[in-house]
Design a protein around this ligand. Structure first.
Ligand SMILES: Nc1ncnc2c1ncn2[C@@H]1O[C@H](COP(=O)(O)OP(=O)(O)OP(=O)(O)O)[C@@H](O)[C@H]1O
Ligand SMILES: [Mg+2]
Length: 262
């Protein structure tokens, strides 16, 4: 795969499947033998909760070893990496204090590049093939940091009437990020929570496929209760129920993402 690739999962629309896609694609990549670092960039702690139970996540969130403390104090993220229970898969946990990250960034010099700088030595060490960052459902200085620290962006879009609403704002924000981080590229749109019995699905696909210069991933993720049970169990769906539809779909989607990293 070459040097470390950093990919963020962004969409200002809440509940579009960012955290679910980040955790499951990350786990699938680790199964495929790639060395993966996950970064939980959201105060909701959902990416961290995908791998650890609530008590452990809250302990990390309240302690010193989380993303908020690193960014606030301008530390090297190398020292904030925590192993998950799985081989080839590490994580930098988040904190509920991330709610005040915008305030912390405000007075910093080159404030759009704080995360990029904090990640530099992790990237240069080439200890990981990919770094996947889960973004919160906002568009502000912190998400700008996430974009500026990334090589590629994936936009998970929920297949629902409101799933597409706000996408224009996301594209505009991406355009702004590219002005200061010209190498950043939109890798593609991942369609999530598909229910083929509903016509919205076809409408979502048609609308997205009409967008110029935007790739829509071939593998869609269907609505699947195994996802929720897996999250309740703090496990990737490929661990919780390997035979489930979404487990297979995330595995295939991860392969598509890897192919675009080469
Ligand atoms: N394929 C799926 N089938 C069923 N439920 C799903 C699926 N994907 C995600 N969900 C559920 O939808 C909700 C939103 O998913 P998720 O948290 O991944 O979205 P998000 O974009 O990260 O949300 P936020 O914007 O709040 O960070 C969660 O409760 C999750 O369990
Ligand atoms: Mg999320």
């Amino acid at each position: 795969m070459g040097r470390t690739k950093t990919i963020c999962f962004c969409n200002n629309k809440g509940g579009s499947g960012k955290s679910t896609s980040c955790s499951n694609i990350g786990y699938a990549m680790s199964l495929l033998g790639y060395r993966v670092l996950l970064i939980d960039g959201d105060m909701q702690l959902n990416l961290s909760l995908s791998f650890f139970d609530e008590d452990d996540v809250l302990e990390m969130a309240k302690g010193e070893r989380n993303l908020y403390m690193a960014v606030k104090n301008g530390r090297d993220l190398q020292d904030y990496i925590v192993p998950t229970p799985y081989e080839n898969l590490d994580i930098i946990p988040s904190s509920t204090l991330m709610s005040s990250i915008e305030y912390e960034l405000f007075a910093k010099w080159q404030r759009e590049f704080i995360l990029k700088k904090a990640l530099r030595s992790v990237r240069e060490s080439e200890k990981y093939d990919v770094i996947l960052i889960d973004a919160p459902p906002t568009l502000g200085g912190w998400v700008m940091n996430i974009l500026c620290a990334s090589d590629k962006m994936i936009i998970p879009v929920e297949s629902s009437p409101w799933g597409l609403f706000g996408l224009a704002n996301m594209f505009e924000f991406l355009g702004g990020a590219k002005e200061i981080a010209p190498e950043l590229e939109l890798m593609g749109i991942a369609i999530t929570k598909v229910d083929e019995r509903k016509n919205y699905f076809r409408q979502t696909v048609e609308t997205l496929r009409e967008l110029e210069d935007v790739k829509v991933f071939e593998n869609y993720i269907h609505v699947d209760s195994a996802i929720e049970w897996a999250q309740d169990d703090s496990s990737p769906v490929l661990v919780y129920k390997k035979s489930s539809r979404s487990a297979k779909e995330y595995y295939e989607l991860a392969k598509e993402v890897i192919a675009l990293c080469q």
